[in-house]
Design a protein around this ligand. Sequence first.
Ligand SMILES: Nc1nc2c(ncn2[C@@H]2O[C@H](COP(=O)(O)OP(=O)(O)O)[C@@H](O)[C@H]2O)c(=O)[nH]1
Ligand SMILES: [Mg+2]
Length: 393
Amino acid sequence: MKKLPVAVVVIPTFNEVDSIGKMIDHLFTITFPKVKDYDCRVLIVDGKSPDGTWKKVEEKQKKFSNLDLLIETKKEGIGAAYVKGFRRAMEKHRASVVIEFDGDFQHPPKTIPQMLKEISAGADYVLGSRKIKGGSNPKGWGFKRLFFSEFGGFVARTILFFPTKTFFRITDPTTGLKASRVKGFVDTMEMDKLYSRSFGYKLEFLYQMIQLGAKVKEIPLQFGLRTAGESKIEPQTAKDIFRTVFLLRLNDDMTKKFIKFGFIGGFGFFINLFGLNLFSTLMLGLPLEVGIRNGIANALASEISIISNFTFNNLWTFKNEKLTLGKRMVKKFITFNLSSIVGGIIIPSLVVSVGTQFFGDHLRSLFLVLAIFCFTIPYNWFIYNKVIWKKKK
Ligand SMILES: Nc1nc2c(ncn2[C@@H]2O[C@H](COP(=O)(O)OP(=O)(O)O)[C@@H](O)[C@H]2O)c(=O)[nH]1
Ligand SMILES: [Mg+2]
């Protein structure tokens, strides 16, 4: 008989004695028989629950051979529990798919066959979403919990992914119901140094899976109310999640690039300013009108700042896409110059011109600042990434 790929449903538990037995029974007798193309197993990672959840699991192990139990020495957070669970699923069970699942019936077990089907159909990462058609939050949730969930999800999504495609594609980033492909994803993920060992892990796994290029599929999740036990969400959970997404984004390669780009751009501005004064002073002896003199001085200074921007971005910001001396570099440098004229002169001049025409001369400086931040910076960032230092496929 052909050996089926293994899917491990990992369930972290802490004081879930009232629901874990029912959950195990339900999975093995109702859910798994519906799955034909996976060898389904359950792994409970228990934080040494004082209520003896693990004893209940040991009791069930006598009945179900595909039920594994890992007892932690103490409660270390849901994220830490999943890391241990995933490792065990890969090493001991040689899992092809790992599923994140709660032990309290808030995640409907019938989503498991659905998620596995999506994986078989080619998805690498299946997420249960409360935000798409067919998904929902528990009816009994009060305004506060609902607000935190909605607002937290939006903030997390924005900080992590804005303005990329993923921002629009991931509707429920804090969801805890997921199926992940192991090969090329979970086995490649960095799990040693997580920012959060608590609920923030969800965002870290999500972020890493996206970075690894996972094909995402969302399925509707009707998030239920707990049937028993208490939520382990604590007041500091929101802070933990916020801190985690912030650190992830800050250490993102793109963000680091953007900071370098901004730094070099700012430096370029000062070169321009300094150069204008320097050249203007040097040309004082020449028989020129003041306007002509400053015009020439600024043109020279601008070109130096363009050269500086090009050089430093090439050596630092885009060092991985570095252009080397040669024909290609000359071509790109010419494009860079033309584009700098568009982004640095034509666009701001248009904005200042149109803005002051409509809203008054007194707003001149405001429109310049607006033009730089709203148009020049995004424009340059786009051109640098997509044209000048475009990644080779
Ligand atoms: N092992 C372990 N399990 C945990 C820990 N924190 C939460 N869990 C379990 O993780 C699952 C999700 O937590 P839960 O309290 O249901 O979160 P909520 O449903 O979002 O309020 C439940 O099965 C919990 O028992 C922990 O620190 N260690
Ligand atoms: Mg729960």
